[in-house]
Design a protein around this ligand. Structure first.
Ligand code: HMG
Ligand code: MG
Length: 305
C-alpha cells in the first residue's frame, strides 16, 4: 500500500502570547504591576515576538487589567517584539496610545448574547464602535488586530454557525484589521469543526490573515491547533502556563499553554524562535506566585525531575 501523502504544514508559526492579558484577566488573586512587568519581561527574554500585555477596558468590568498603563510604562521593550493591548472603544485606544502601546486589538463576538454580556452592546453596535477606533489607529500607523469570540460555541446561546463567524470576521477584515483571531472562548470545539470553520471563514478572509485562539476547557486545543495547521493557519494565541480559567466552567483551564504549543511545534519541526526552557521558567514562576498548579503539561513533565 502506498503511504499516505504527508500533508504540508507551515514551516514557521508565530505565537501571540496572551498570558499577561487573557490569562491574568481570569485569575482571581490580585497580582501587582511589578509581577506583571516581570512576567512580560521574562516572556520577552524567552523569545516571544508578540505579547498582549494588557487591556484598556473598564476596570469595573475587568479589575485585573486596571494597571495596564503602568505595565506598559515599565516593561523593557525589545526591538522587533510587539507589545499589544485590547481596546474596546476610542476611550480605550486613547488610553493605550498615551501609554505607548504599539498595536491594539478590538474584540467582537459571533454570538449576540456574548456580545451583550462582554461589551454591553450588539454585534453591529460593536462594529460601529470599532470603526472610529480603526480610523484613528490608521491615521497614527497603529496596526489593529481583530478578535471574534465564540467561534465554536457560546456559553449563553450554544451553537454558533460558521457562517455567522465568517460574517463578523469579514467585517473586521474589511474595516482594516490586519489579522482575525478566531476565539474558541469556551473551548468546546473539536478538530473536524475547527477545519470546517476555517474552510468557511477563509472564503471571506484569506487564510494567511487568520489566527487560532483556542481555550483548552475541554482538552481540545492542541488538536484544534493541529487541525488549523493542516488548513494552513500559522498564527496561534496561547498563554504561558495555561494561565487563566473559564468564567463559564468552574475549575476549567484557560488558554492553551504556550509551552505545550511550542513542544508540539518543535516536534513537528516548525520554527517559533522561542526558548522552551526559558518559557517554562517564566510559567513556573508566575504559577508559584499565583499559588496555582502550572497549567502546562509539558512544564509539569519537564519540571518534575
Ligand atoms: P459600558 O458600561 O457600556 O460603557 O461598557 P460606557 O461607554 O457606557 O461607559 C461606562 C463607564 O465605563 C464610564 O465610566 C466610562 O468612562 C468607562 P463612568 O463615567 O461610569 O465612571 N469606560 C472605560 N473605562 C476605561 N477604559 C475604557 C472605557 N470605556 C468606557 N476603554 C465597555 C462598555 C466596552 C467599556 C465595557 O463593557 C468593557 O470594558 N468591557 C470589557 C470586557 C473585556 O475586557 N472582556 C475580556 C476581553 S474579551 C476576551 O477575553 C475574549 C478573547 O480572549 C477572545 C476569546 O477568547 O474569544 C479576546
Ligand atoms: Mg480568550
Amino acid at each position: 500500500m502506498m503511504p499516505a501523502t504527508q500533508q504540508e504544514l507551515p514551516r514557521q508559526v508565530r505565537l501571540v502570547e496572551v498570558g499577561p492579558r487573557d490569562g491574568l484577566q481570569n485569575e482571581q488573586q490580585p497580582i501587582s504591576v511589578d509581577d506583571k512587568v516581570r512576567l512580560v519581561d521574562e516572556l520577552t527574554a524567552a523569545g516571544l515576538g508578540y505579547i498582549e500585555a494588557g487591556s484598556f477596558v473598564s476596570p469595573r468590568w475587568v479589575p485585573q487589567m486596571a494597571g495596564s498603563a503602568e505595565v506598559f510604562a515599565r516593561i523593557s521593550r525589545k526591538s522587533g517584539v510587539t507589545y499589544a493591548a485590547l481596546t474596546p472603544n476610542l476611550q480605550g485606544l486613547e488610553a493605550a496610545l498615551a501609554a505607548g502601546v504599539e498595536e491594539v486589538a478590538v474584540f467582537a463576538a459571533a454570538s449576540e448574547a456574548f456580545s451583550q454580556k462582554n461589551i454591553n452592546c450588539s454585534i453591529s453596535e460593536s462594529l460601529a464602535r470599532f470603526a472610529p477606533v480603526l480610523e484613528a489607529a490608521q491615521t497614527r500607523n497603529i496596526r489593529v488586530r481583530g478578535y471574534v469570540s465564540c467561534v465554536l460555541g457560546c456559553p449563553y446561546q450554544g451553537e454558533v454557525k460558521a457562517t455567522e463567524v465568517a460574517t463578523v470576521a469579514r467585517e473586521l477584515h474589511a474595516m482594516g484589521c490586519y489579522e482575525i483571531s478566531l476565539g474558541d472562548t469556551i473551548g468546546t470545539g473539536t478538530p473536524g469543526r475547527t477545519r470546517q470553520l476555517i474552510e468557511t471563514v477563509s472564503q471571506h478572509v484569506p487564510r494567511e490573515r487568520l489566527a487560532g485562539h483556542y481555550h483548552d476547557t475541554y482538552g481540545q486545543a492542541l488538536a484544534n491547533i493541529y487541525a488549523s495547521l493542516l488548513e494552513g493557519v500559522a498564527v496561534f494565541d496561547s498563554s504561558v502556563a495555561g494561565l487563566g480559567g473559564c468564567p463559564y466552567a468552574a475549575g476549567a483551564s484557560g488558554n492553551v499553554a504556550s509551552e505545550d504549543v511550542v513542544y508540539m511545534l518543535n516536534g513537528l519541526g516548525i520554527t517559533t524562535g522561542i526558548d522552551l526552557d526559558m518559557l517554562i521558567a517564566a510559567g513556573q514562576r508566575i504559577s508559584q506566585l499565583l499559588g496555582r498548579s502550572n497549567g502546562s503539561r509539558v512544564a509539569r513533565a519537564l519540571s518534575s525531575s
